[in-house]
Design a protein around this ligand. Structure first.
Ligand code: ADP
Ligand code: TRP
Length: 345
């Protein structure tokens, strides 16, 4: 690998690599940073695929609080966001009985593995990673944590011998870097790590925000999953549209409203909106109202569950403890092998 370009698997849904431990199920792993305000881009790009993957394999899902430390320097807020993220993910369908669900910092082995991986990671590989490159380009001073962010992410993935990593498109490079690091480690020390594959759904690769750019909390263009009714309506009514008058035909494929609507509405309703837009006489204001209705109804059961959970912090703490226990059992197997290979006894 040396200082060469990161090897890419170049496919979206790749075949799983041979596993090192005898198990018949695919191990699917992903993490999410506790940002405090999950948006529908996070939901479609990453949370929903994870929830759905509980049906087809062993799901490993965690709250990546250590990654958040690269940009958040407020201890009490970090602690609150982490608990909120646990609550949000369970409310949205992560089942702690069926999956391994934990808080990243509850498994200290991940930090140890990061150090072993650091020593086989070329600086050039990290210099090419877009999060760091973007910060450089914008003249934002970056810290060492941000620079080595992909190595911690590699440790997250490799510690649990994951086969598949469902992420949004923006995280694909990090999974490719993980593969590069794993290949380098395996070739130096022996085949210990499973090579993971990123899994990205083309249809929902990038959800647009209310301004039409990629929805992201950094662009202040998000529609929150758990925003209150008034604020959510206001956000949706503020979606930027072109100036085509109500009576004129409109192209649904150029509409942010339709782009989001079709991912939440059932097929018939989505087709109906597309037809109405094309026919003319149907304004963007009407489409926005429908989008609000569909989103508000879609998330209603999740809002209810979230309220119940927020009232039951004993249960949340219990989930956190149990999840950490299950994750550490698996982590111990990998870290034991790695220690032996690198000669740390
Ligand atoms: P943000 O860009 O708001 O900071 P994060 O970087 O925390 O979001 O992303 C968390 C997860 O959600 C990642 O897997 C990411 O790929 C996915 N994600 C974020 N925004 C979008 C989007 N607009 N479309 C699809 N997936 C997204
Ligand atoms: N970097 C991911 C993000 O910003 C979060 C993350 C941390 C992650 N470790 C991971 C995702 C391991 C998948 C696998 O969204």
């Amino acid at each position: 690998m040396g200082g060469g370009a990161p090897a890419s698997c170049g496919i979206l849904i790749c075949q799983p690599s041979p596993k090192k431990e005898p198990t018949t199920m695919l191990r699917i792993l992903s993490g999410i940073k506790p940002s405090g305000t999950l948006h529908i881009g996070n939901y479609l790009g990453m949370i929903r695929p994870m929830v759905e993957s509980q049906k087809r394999g062993e799901l490993y899902c965690f709250i990546a609080n250590l990654h958040s430390l690269t940009t958040l320097f407020d201890g009490p807020r970090m602690a609150k966001n982490s608990i909120d993220a646990i609550v949000d993910m369970i409310a949205l369908g992560i089942d702690p009985e069926r999956s391994v669900f934990w808080l990243q910092s509850d498994v200290p082995e991940v930090v140890e593995l990061t150090w072993y991986l650091n020593n086989v990671t070329p600086v050039g590989l990290l210099e090419r990673c877009h999060a760091y490159k973007d910060a450089q380009a914008k003249g934002i001073p970056s810290n060492h944590g941000l620079f080595s962010y992909p190595v911690l992410m590699a440790a997250d993935i490799l510690l649990y011998q994951s086969n598949i990593v469902p992420v949004g498109k923006d995280q694909k490079q990090h999974v490719e870097v993980t593969r590069d690091i794993a290949i380098k480690f395996n070739s130096l020390y022996g085949e210990v790590f499973t090579l993971p594959e990123p899994e990205i759904s083309e249809e929902i690769a990038l959800i647009p925000g209310v301004d039409g750019q990629k929805m992201s909390k950094s662009y202040n263009n998000t529609i929150e999953i758990f925003g209150d009714e008034k604020a959510t309506k206001k956000k949706i009514m503020g979606i930027i549209t072109d100036p085509t008058p109500v009576e004129e035909p409109k192209d649904p494929n150029n509409s942010t409203i339709y782009a989001i609507y079709k991912l939440f509405a059932d097929k018939d309703r989505a087709t109906l909106m597309a037809d109405r837009l094309r026919a003319g006489g149907y304004g963007y204001g009407d489409a926005k109202k429908e989008l609000f209705e569909v989103l508000w109804t879609y998330f209603e059961p999740y809002r209810k569950k979230r309220l119940e959970l927020a009232d039951n912090l004993d249960y949340i703490n219990d989930v956190k403890k149990q999840g950490a226990g299950k994750a550490r059992e698996i982590a111990a197997i990998t870290i034991g092998k790695v220690r032996e290979l690198v000669g740390v006894l």
